[in-house]
Write a new protein. Structure first.
Lengths: 135, 214
C-alpha cells in the first residue's frame, strides 16, 4: 500500500528552554509533573537552575512509576552542570549558599532532562555536558 | 538523695546503653552493576558464612531490597553489629530490550524491567532509614553521572554519613583518582569486592564513621 505524503509522520524532537521563574513558585510534585509532561512529548528540556536533591530523587521515582504506563516511555536522561565545582573554599561555599537562598534557587546551574528514547547518553564532567542522541 | 543519684545515673546512661545495643543500618547504594551485592556478599560471607543475594552480569539482578540482620564485624580486636541492607541499583531509565542482549527471553526481560523499576522506587524510599551508606561506584566508569550525584546529594540532605567505594580496582581501566576528584568531600576507598582487595581500609573507615553514628 502506498503511503500518502500527508500520512507521513516526522519523527523528531524539540528543545525547550525553561527559565527558573516557570518553576520557582511550584511545589515539588507540580515541578516534577511539569518536567515529566514535557519529557513525554519527546522534548529535551533545558532548565535554568536545578532541582533540590530530594526533588531529583522524586523525579527518578516518578519516572520509574511511569515506565510501562506511558507508551514508549523508557525513562529519562538527566544531567546538571553547575558553576560551583567541588573544590570550593569555605568562603566560596558560604557565598554561593547565600546567593542561592536569596535568589530562591541555584540560578547559575543548568539542568538537562530528556526522554531516553531521544537521548542515548549524556556524558558529563565538571566543565561540560555532551548529549548523544539515538538514531 | 541516694535514690535521686541512682535515677540520674539511669536517666543519663540508659539511653546510651539502649542506643548502643541497636544495630547500625549499613546501606549499599549505587548504580546498577557497580558491585553492591558483591561487596555485601563478601562481608556477610566473611562474618556470617552466608551471602546476602545473587550476582550476575545482567543489570538489575537485585530488584528488591535485601537484608542481613546481626552481622557482627570483627576488625583489629573491635566488634560492631550491623544490619546490612543491599539495595537495587538506581538509574533513570530501564528498557527491557537491554536485557535481550544478555540472551534473556522477551517475556522474562519485560518482567525483569518491571521489577527493576519497582526496585528503584523501593531503594529511594529506604534512604531515610539508613544510619550509614556505602555508595558503591564502578571505578571503570565516569563518576560524573547524575545518579551518583543525586544519591550523594540526598544522603547529605538527610545528614547520613557517606563512604564511597571505588570498586573493580582489579580492572585495567579502573580510575580511582577520578572518583576521588569527583567526590573530594567524602572518604573514597579503592577496592575489589570480587577479590576482597583492600577490605582492611574499608572496615577501618566503616568503624571510624560508625563510631560517630552511635
Amino acid at each position: 500500500m502506498a503511503i500518502k505524503k500527508s500520512d507521513k509522520k516526522i519523527k523528531g524532537f524539540a528543545i525547550q528552554f525553561m527559565p527558573y521563574t516557570e518553576i520557582k513558585y511550584l511545589g515539588s510534585a507540580e515541578r516534577i509533573k511539569k518536567i515529566l509532561d514535557i519529557a513525554f512529548t519527546n522534548s529535551i528540556l533545558i532548565i535554568q537552575g536545578r532541582l533540590r536533591p530530594e526533588e531529583e530523587s522524586r523525579l527518578i521515582e516518578d519516572t520509574m512509576a511511569m515506565i510501562g504506563h506511558v507508551k514508549n516511555f523508557k525513562g529519562i536522561e538527566l544531567a546538571v552542570i553547575s558553576p560551583h565545582g567541588n573544590n570550593q573554599s569555605p568562603i566560596e561555599k558560604f557565598k554561593n549558599k547565600l546567593a542561592t537562598r536569596l535568589s530562591g534557587g541555584d540560578l547559575g546551574a543548568v539542568t538537562i532532562i530528556g526522554p531516553a528514547t531521544v537521548i542515548k547518553e549524556i556524558k558529563q564532567d565538571p566543565k561540560k555536558i555532551e548529549l548523544f542522541l539515538n538514531k | 538523695m541516694a535514690m535521686k543519684g541512682i535515677t540520674d545515673f539511669f536517666k543519663k546512661f540508659l539511653p546510651k546503653i539502649m542506643r548502643n545495643k541497636k544495630d547500625i543500618k549499613l546501606g549499599f547504594y549505587g548504580p546498577p552493576n557497580a558491585g553492591k551485592t558483591s561487596l555485601a556478599n563478601r562481608i556477610c560471607k566473611d562474618f556470617t558464612g552466608e551471602e546476602i543475594g545473587s550476582v550476575s552480569k545482567v543489570p538489575h539482578e537485585t530488584r528488591h531490597v535485601q537484608f542481613k540482620e546481626k552481622v557482627e564485624i570483627n576488625y583489629k580486636g573491635k566488634s560492631m553489629t550491623f544490619k546490612m541492607i543491599d539495595t537495587p541499583g538506581i538509574t533513570t531509565k530501564v528498557d527491557y530490550e537491554d536485557f535481550l542482549k544478555y540472551k534473556v527471553k522477551k517475556n522474562e526481560a519485560k518482567n525483569r524491567a518491571k521489577e527493576a523499576t519497582q526496585g528503584i522506587i523501593e531503594s529511594i524510599k529506604w534512604l531515610d532509614d539508613m544510619d550509614l551508606v556505602v555508595v558503591v561506584l564502578d571505578s571503570t566508569e565516569n563518576p560524573y553521572n547524575q545518579v551518583n550525584i543525586t544519591i550523594i546529594g540526598n544522603l547529605v540532605a538527610r545528614k547520613i554519613p557517606v563512604l564511597v567505594v571505588a570498586n573493580k580496582s582489579d580492572l585495567k581501566t579502573s580510575n580511582i583518582k577520578r572518583i576521588e576528584e569527583a567526590f573530594p568531600e567524602y572518604p573514597v576507598i579503592g577496592m575489589s569486592a570480587k577479590y576482597g582487595k583492600n577490605l582492611d581500609d574499608f572496615y577501618e573507615q566503616v568503624f571510624k564513621i560508625s563510631k560517630k553514628v552511635k
